[in-house]
Ligand binder design. Structure first.
Ligand code: ADP
Ligand code: ASP
Ligand code: MG
Length: 419
């Protein structure tokens, strides 16, 4: 008998029929003798609809109230799923995030989980019931409802799995695993059987939204094994776990893309010590997340500083940029919202030379111009024009031989030199 956390995303519970299918899957696991905790998202596009509704009332809604609103989506799902399980003759009990003691900090709309108490979940399981937990939400120590950031139900699932020491955390979604690229963009992308936390973290951070970045961080920090799989089929999915040295390590695991960021450029910043510190301190104080940074060569005592930031932070970034220009006496700021990032991720690139060169060549052959570049030990990211990003993903996927049936997928032993 195993203790299993099963998380179902918005599409998986998007209609009464889908909700019933999920209930049947849960009941099957229970009848096989397992203890099941289900974590669910809001149905279909409910969260997007609530965000739009709030914007119609107030374009900059207070974040505490936005959380109060968004958390309702998941509450609908848990109640309906519990009803569906009851109609199949099994006992189920639903809980909101606050009810199961998912305690977070005060970072409304992107709160971090501090503690999972989960006593009520343990009690429900001990009584032979299915426990159903609302994803994406928690509560501060002083009782305000918070949400964990878009896609945050994955994080709830992993945190609950860690909190009750579950055997596995299954993330059920509308694809049957993690692919070498978003299958909506690359139809012949290949399903990855097993992937390390390290590579999955880089893919998720680079825009592969199939698993939420925080959930993978949490899983790595607490040793939770994730099985990402389809709620529509019984096919085995992708296992995300600690890298094992006996694992074959692909040079490239996958290509990810992200259209959620914009580029901000501050023009003619005086070239003097402390100027960059002023720019980024001002941004940080305005709660603007900064991703890639590039400072151009200085000419005539002034330089341009560019950085990328989530489009969601742009209202604050524009305000902060006004303050920066005034404080430093820079010429102006500009925002370019038509950019996208394309990233190549693979642990084998640490020991394999020439990956960057091949990436830049493949982009150039596809007529894609590179704006900014950044790297980590197992990732190379290029900023390109948004309208070209899908072509860029396909070009890289092809160039590195990642497709199903491609014979050019090279792999090197994890500890090998690779050259
Ligand atoms: P859920 O609502 O179940 O949480 P999401 O929409 O958050 O589902 O995530 C699933 C989607 O992630 C897929 O439909 C797919 O388009 C997208 N996706 C992006 N990158 C990848 C990838 N590398 N592998 C699989 N799916 C991906
Ligand atoms: N419903 C939330 C969202 O759409 C959380 C989730 O689905 O993971 O972002
Ligand atoms: Mg998701």
């Amino acid at each position: 008998m195993a203790v299993i956390v099963q998380k179902y995303g918005g599409t998986s519970v998007g209609s009464p029929e889908r909700m019933r299918a999920v209930a049947e899957r849960i009941v099957a696991a229970k009848e096989a003798g397992h203890k099941v905790i289900a974590v669910v998202s809001a149905m279909g596009d409910v969260t997007d609809d609530l965000v739009r509704l709030a914007a119609q009332i107030n374009p900059e809604p207070p974040e505490r109230e936005l959380d109060m609103l968004l958390a309702t989506g998941e509450q609908v799902s848990i109640a309906l799923l519990a009803m569906a399980i009851h109609s199949l003759g099994h006992e189920a009990i639903s809980f909101t995030g606050p009810q199961v003691g998912i305690v977070t900090d005060h970072g409304h709309t992107k709160a971090k989980i501090l503690e999972v108490r989960a006593d009520r979940v343990r009690d429900a399981l001990a009584e032979g019931r299915v426990a159903i937990v609302a994803g994406f939400q928690g509560v501060t120590a002083d009782g305000s409802i918070t949400t964990l950031g878009r896609g945050g139900s994955d994080t709830t699932a992993v945190a609950v799995a860690a909190g009750i020491d579950a055997d596995v955390c299954e993330i059920y979604t509308d694809v049957d695993g993690v692919y070498t690229a978003d299958p909506r963009v690359v139809p012949d992308a290949r399903k990855i059987g097993v992937i390390s936390y390290e590579e999955m973290l880089e893919l998720a951070a680079s825009g592969a939204g199939v698993l939420n970045l925080r959930s993978v961080e949490f899983a790595r920090n607490h040793g939770v094994v994730i099985h990402c799989r389809s709620s529509f089929t019984g096919a085995p999915g992708t296992i995300v776990e600690e890298a094992d040295n006996s694992m074959e390590q692909a040079i490239i695991s996958g290509v990810a893309h992200d259209t959620s960021e914009a580029k901000v450029t501050i023009r003619d910043v005086p070239d003097r010590p402390g100027a960059a510190a002023t720019v980024f301190t001002t941004m940080a104080e305005a709660n603007v997340n900064v991703d890639m940074i590039i400072q151009n060569v200085s000419e005539a005592g002034a330089t341009d500083i560019s950085f990328t930031t989530p489009k969601a932070d742009l209202v604050r970034a524009r305000r902060a940029a006004d303050a920066v220009v005034a404080e430093l006496g820079a010429r102006e700021w500009q925002v370019d919202e038509s950019i996208a990032k394309v990233s190549l991720v693979g642990a084998g690139m640490k020991t394999h030379p020439g990956v960057a060169a091949q990436m830049f060549r493949a982009l150039s052959d596809a007529g894609v111009n590179i704006d900014l570049i950044s790297t980590s030990t197992i990732r190379i990211t290029c900023v390109v024009e948004a309208r070209q990003v899908e072509a860029a993903v396909r070009a890289l996927h092809h160039s590195f031989g990642l497709a199903e049936g491609d014979v050019s997928v090279e792999s090197v032993p994890a500890c090998g030199k690779g050259e």
